[in-house]
Design a protein. Sequence first.
Length: 469
Amino acid sequence: MTLFAEALMPLMEVDPVPWARAQMAFTLAFHIILVPLGVSWSVMALIANYRGIRRSDADAIRLAQRWSKYMAVTFAVGAVTGTVLSFEFGLLWPQFMGQWGEAFGVPFAFEGLFFFLEAVFVSIYIFGWRRLKPWTHFWTGVPIAVAGIFGSVSVVAANAWMNSPEGVTLDTAGNVVAVDPLGVIFNEAMPLMAAHMVIAAYLVGGFLVAMVYATAMLRGRRDHYHRLGFLIAFSVAAVAVPVQMGVGDGLARWVYSNQPVKFAAIEMVPSTSSDVPETLLGHLNSEGEVVGGIPIPGLASWLSDPSTGRATVVQGLDTVPADERPTNRQVNVVHLAWDIMVGVGTALFLLTLWYWASWIFRREMPRSKWFLRCAVAAGPLAVLALEAGWTVSEVGRQPWIVYNKMRVEDAATTNTGVWVTFIVVTILYLGLGVTTILVLRGMSRRYRAAGRFVETDSPYGPRKPMKEP
């Protein structure tokens, strides 16, 4: 026992801040994959449901019915992982919650209301198949989509407040003495950040679902059912992509105007200057100099403010002390994540142009196997872009947890045993992820074996092919 205790001593003395950040980053990265499915799948199910009723399309009804069951599984897993994140705020960041909890908790209170509303109507919608009249049942699904959107907006409002802390009155010691709930929720960063996340949810969710049907079509299952499943999901994503590019451009310019140090990290600008190039890839060395990459002259300045073009001045990292900006390593992470997000977004935009051009000129979706292969790749690439975007947002804000108000190291727990919870949570989440995938695949196989809509479908699908009554 003595030898064991001595072996553990170095771990018990480690800095808890990196472990707290790692655990929060891992759990958030896991949870955020489920958010797009929770927000977008209900809308895609409603589109299929509407088509099924209006056109008496049995395949569309079958899609809606099955998608609602898949949606319930991902909703349940998302509820678990989201609850863990809520607890982590108190366990990993007690100083942050102690000082700012009165303000930070306001958006989460509204998110809780939307979550319960969504849970109630998910249950009604699933168990309402063939128990309610068709249109009555359809309308019970609408609150799911609405609650999903506003629930996401509420959570993003909390994150946006960390980037633009408003709606609070502080005393001379920096303690919160009054909170304006509307000021907290509708902070300056919220509209663009919320729109960016909600549209991303439709983009990522659409591509992920379309990926499944594109894979099936490549394997020869090109019947009406699989084609319709692909068309609904891919069309949702294809509408979201160009809108997302416009919203993302607006958000980048907001960062340029309101968080110039984060913008300097995004564009990897060491010193203030005009005619700043857009550097693709590359990195900062230990001296803070840009090394490597492909510079596009003047493009970063022009994108920051097209009205002044290449003459636009971009504030550099060295305009603030070193302890008030991201480290060189963090700048490299932010810049790479930005390149990934923009690069993947551009590739997805080109893919959607291919899709819409085929509809415009040929009145049908592309038939090429290469298009379907690209559609399969679009699913994981969209998730990669989503993760990269959140990396830009969170790492780019360093060293602040509340912008210009509180540093990360001042917010974190002092418990040196955080590494234990990180290991435990990582193992549990990996197990949860594998289980979720196996459940969804098992449901898919059972539905394929059943072959049609059946009233006795359980949330996990029929156990064996059903016979006509």
